[in-house]
Design a protein around this ligand. Sequence first.
Ligand code: MN
Length: 352
Amino acid sequence: MEDPLERYRAMRDFDSTTEPAGQVGAADQRRFVVQEHHATALHWDLRLERNGVLASWAVPKGIPPDPRQNHLAVQTEDHPLEYLDFSGDIPEGGYGAGSMSVWDRGTYELEKATDRELIFVLHGERERGRFALFHTNGKQWMIHRMDPPQDPGRELMPKGWRPMGATDGDAPPDDEGWAFEIAWPGRRGLVAVEGGRATVTDRKGDEITSLYPEARALAAASGTTMFIVDGLFVVVGDNGRPDPQALELRAQARNDSARRRVVARLPATFMAVDLVWLEGHPLIDLPYDERRRLLADLGVEGPQWQTPAHHVADGAALLEAAHAQGLAGVVAKRMSSLYRPGEESPDWIAIT
Ligand code: MN
């Protein structure tokens, strides 16, 4: 009989990778692992112990949490059982180069297995429930959650939301109950992150994802956490100040290669200012201060994304500081204000 790991071994150089060469195991214990793999494109590898090896699928958007949303699963070569515990960095130049970590592990019950379909129940640390993997075409399969979501109140991510706008005006006569933020001179967008992928929507409702690859990096760094965050893409110049002209230069790139060059030269930082949807739940009916608390907990802090502080009361001092930095002004936000996608809010005031 042919060695089921032959293909696995042929694809790797075991002098350079720390992955196991492995052997075919004996009696199956029905173990499984899901690994988060930051390769050229982020994906999650689902591996089920079957016939002495790990039958494997690469799932670009991860294990679907909701039966209403099936995810593509691309079958890959069988892996050795030792891979159940594998995490680490696969060196550059090798197959699957990038970091791999264990996202979930446990055991499963197999309810049905044919060449074209597997039905199984996962008993993992994170994933619990019944799933179907079914073959569609070539190496392509789909994974479907058969049980209701683990969180029974979970909703699908809304489509078509646009950022809420501020109205121009004067500082509120009394700071009580207001927070103040720097008015960043940048491109406003809602960044929707799902399955490690980002979609950016601007004030007009246009999708501008391709203009801001920084959002893709933010999404990849967020793993399987799903959220919609409101903020601004700002290019900070050599003098440490936001540079609106640099942002304009990026927008003028005529094609992909020109854009790659200008993005590399003038990287943007995403300044997160609000959180409007999180893990299956809209936050738009929560007050601003509650949303800001959840935003702080989410921890949008990275090389090209930040959560600048908001300042409760004392707007005059922040306005003065903004002017001293050469910035146009501040935005006053009523602490009790709800989020109304696409609307101009009288509870948000742009002050110059
Ligand atoms: Mn992989």
